[in-house]
Design a protein around this ligand. Sequence first.
Ligand code: ADP
Ligand code: MG
Length: 390
Amino acid sequence: MNNDSLTPPLLPPATLGMLGGGQLGRFFVAAAHEMGYRVWVLDPDPHSPAGRIADRHLCADYNDAAALAVIAEGCAAVTTEFENVPAATLDHLARFVPVRPSASAVGVCQNRILEKSFLAEHGLPHGEFAVIRNEMDLADVPDTLFPAILKVARFGYDGKGQSTVADRGEALAAFRQCSGEACVLEKRLTLDCEVSVVLARDQAGTVRAFPVAENRHRAGILDVSLVPARVAPALAEEAVALAGQIAEKLAYVGVMAVEFFVVDGRLRVNEMAPRPHNSGHYTLDACVASQYEQQVRALCGLPLESGAVHSAAAMVNVLGDLWFAHDTASAQEPDWGQLFAVPALKLHLYGKHQARRGRKMGHFTALAPLEDAEGALHAALSARTAIGIG
Ligand code: ADP
Ligand code: MG
């Protein structure tokens, strides 16, 4: 089957396949269920948050031939919620069912070398970088690249697989820790702020973007997202336009996110995610349709909703550290009553089996009238302190 041919929309109660069973997959399952679809989830984790609420959880590896045969047979279309699904799996399934996004689009986003090369080839703004495959490559890097960040090309997330390096010597030491994995070395930029755009693109090329989110990270992990972002309207427009260009050049069908750095008032693309994004969680509570509903719509060939927001929103990630806030050795359930008591605050917990430091366990979103982003931020940060996020 040609994955790109325009097919009639898939309507409920069709069964949809989801590769990956984390929180993004769980929200997809919930959205699809509300719309009347069934969802089968493939994830090797028996406690997978999405698997727990799916119509069927195939608990197997992403390249398990028997599990893929079950999906090819039983699902009318397949998508993914994380970028590390092997491109070969997506390619294989595309022989039997529509797979959106395509293996080639996901392939670019799942490898920092391909991703940066894609940006460079298409003249899209990005930070200075070098590809490091061996120690010789490091010797050739210009001094101006330092201080820098060495990132493994594959399988990094939430700041994992990254080392901040002051100079060539430190870069060499860090590279030696990477067991020969190819890396990119990025100049460490001084950021005014970070923003992201989540959008949906359908088979006909229609793009619907959500408003730009302003993102604050702590220790490499998203901490707070604020919408609307407090940036100049022209910069926000440019971010949406750049994200749309990227989606078009990838012939992307589905929901994707583009993370940007703002440096000296100008945008630079940081990275792309071929899936819904943590910074788009706010769309669950502040938008006409969430990023997960848009993912269902794009996958099924339904008309996309607009990305309109009806409220200002500030989202706070709840990491597993909160379970250990009192320096206890064993995890203690936080007092969620404190958050449920705050008006216009929406708590979402992902049903993860075990709390671990640095693990995303849930998030909450504070809402305020659309013109009052500062009010939403204030409410979210007060709640953050009250619950004990340090
Ligand atoms: P991940 O895949 O873990 O999200 P990123 O490349 O987005 O990896 O890095 C995580 C965060 O680390 C970024 O959102 C940003 O806050 C910081 N960071 C990454 N690269 C740079 C850079 N070149 N200069 C400054 N900060 C950076
Ligand atoms: Mg990132």
